[in-house]
Design a protein around this ligand. Structure first.
Ligand SMILES: Cc1ncc(COP(=O)(O)O)c(C=O)c1O
Ligand SMILES: Nc1ccccc1C(=O)C[C@H](N)C(=O)O
Length: 427
């Protein structure tokens, strides 16, 4: 694709965009009476126009049916979560019975670690990417301590090579191999929140299995962003949030994946609750936990229906967009366009004022580009914000920009780059 640095080109791309009508399905924040350029869907996705209706429907059911809402109405609450598993299974590349919609992300990570991290004096190590999102670091450290191990020796973080910004798959694989006799779990992000690097989850899974360890993934920045094949890749477990690329609102419902090969493992620990009890017997209220088959057996508490309703509004949009490859196709082009325009600024300025630390290989990234501003980083971020570009600031000098294919346009990307260039003179 030959990209061009002009507004007419950007507008032409938007005109040809097969997903162009999806933007209308979202509420775009306003700036000075016009649509802001929202490039922050990697932190909080935008509100679907229909979110209110989906939520209202459940408020009405609560009003009209009250407790009977669990069993009556179009979508009885008791099985409401089930109506979402097909959509989310398609997004993460799983079978329907391998996913459950429940809780929030870090909570789910802990619940999965209860099942998959069963250290003993021989195998107790966890490998994680260096610079993982803090919540994941805290979760891993506290799990290790909970089992009486020392995070210093039990948590192995992999950092990029000297002078490099992102991880090489070969280094991840070699580190796994190196620790193979003591390794219990490899826990990686799908996409690192800071660099935007999309890891080779299949290679990591294979290496973990070769080492006799489990492979688990935090897909916060990957789910709804890049195509995933959790089942085919053979990942053991995964979790994600729905408030980023899946647009389900602040604190939106999370979800888990457990590979079907683990369903028959009766030795697996879990922190049980009645919502994970087998569906047909749950209301017999009998003693002794008897898990529902599949990932739903990891549920603990009553489904938070308002959160599920918001998630459902979003899943309906994903369903109508078709499969993830259509979304990915636009994402690849939008992100490449942003990269092209930023590189052009550097060329025109004769120096690398904006350094993209996200991998240049399109297969090794999703929608996000993380940009180091060499000069006046914070002021650049404020300049963009004052001019209606909502990105995301990360200390000490990084602006993360994430053009999301369902609602961002090539024109959004063009305007962002134009403002980045204007900022050089303005501040
Ligand atoms: C990789 C990753 N893990 C965990 C979290 C936090 O998850 P939560 O606060 O929803 O538990 C986020 C984002 O906030 C994240 O990006
Ligand atoms: N949950 C949040 C609550 C408040 C502010 C940000 C978040 C994020 O999700 C940050 C996100 N994980 C990120 O990578 O930026």
């Amino acid at each position: 694709m030959n990209y061009q640095n002009d507004l007419a080109f950007a507008r032409e791309q938007d005109r040809l965009d097969p997903l162009k009508n999806f933007r209308e399905q979202f509420l775009i924040p306003q700036h000075n009476g016009a649509d802001a350029v929202y490039l922050c869907g990697n932190s909080l996705g935008l509100q679907p126009v229909t979110a209110r209706t989906y939520l209202n429907d459940q408020l009405n059911n609560w009003q009209n049916l009250a407790v009977e809402g669990w069993f009556q109405g179009e979508d009885p609450w008791l099985d409401y979560h089930q109506s979402l598993s097909g959509s989310i299974a398609r997004i993460v590349g799983a079978q329907e019975n391998e996913v459950a919609v429940m809780n929030s992300l870090t909570v789910n990570l802990h619940l999965l670690m209860v099942s998959f991290y069963k250290p003993n004096s021989k195998r107790f190590k966890i490998i994680i990417e260096g610079g993982a999102f803090p919540s994941d670091q805290y979760a891993v450290e506290s799990q290790v301590k909970h089992h009486g191990f020392d995070p210093q020796s039990a948590v192995i973080e992999i950092f990029p090579r000297e002078g490099e910004l992102t991880l090489r798959t070969e280094d991840i694989v070699n580190t796994i191999e190196q620790h193979k006799n003591e390794l219990a779990v490899v826990l990686f992000a799908g996409i690192n929140y800071y660099t935007g690097q999309f890891f080779d989850l299949k290679a990591i899974t294979d290496a973990a299995h070769q080492a006799g360890a489990y492979a688990g993934f935090d897909l916060a920045h990957a789910a709804g962003n890049v195509p995933l094949q959790l089942h085919q890749w053979g990942a053991d477990f995964a979790c994600w949030c729905s408030y980023k690329y899946m647009n389900s609102g602040p604190g939106g419902i999370s979800g888990i994946f457990v590979h079907e090969r683990h369903f028959t493992d009766t030795t697996m620990n879990r922190f049980a609750g009645w919502w994970g009890y087998r569906r047909d017997m749950r209301f017999l209220m009998a003693p002794g936990f008897d898990a529902e088959q599949g990932a739903n057996g990891w549920q603990v508490s009553t489904s938070p229906i308002p959160l599920l309703a918001l998630f459902k509004a979003s899943m309906a949009i994903f369903d109508s967009a078709g499969n993830m490859s259509i979304i990915r196709d636009k994402s690849l082009r939008l992100t490449a366009y942003l990269e092209f325009l930023i590189n052009e600024i550097n060329l025109r300025q004769g120096e690398e004022l904006f350094r993209i630390i996200t991998p240049a290989d399109p297969q090794a990234r999703g929608s996000q580009l993380s940009v180091v501003c060499k000069r006046n980083a914070k002021s650049t971020f404020h300049f963009l914000a004052q001019n209606g570009v909502i990105g995301d600031w990360r200390e000490p000098d990084v602006i993360r920009l994430s053009p999301v294919p369902l609602y961002n346009t090539f024109e959004d990307v063009y305007k962002t780059a134009a403002l980045m260039e204007a900022s050089i003179k303005a501040i």
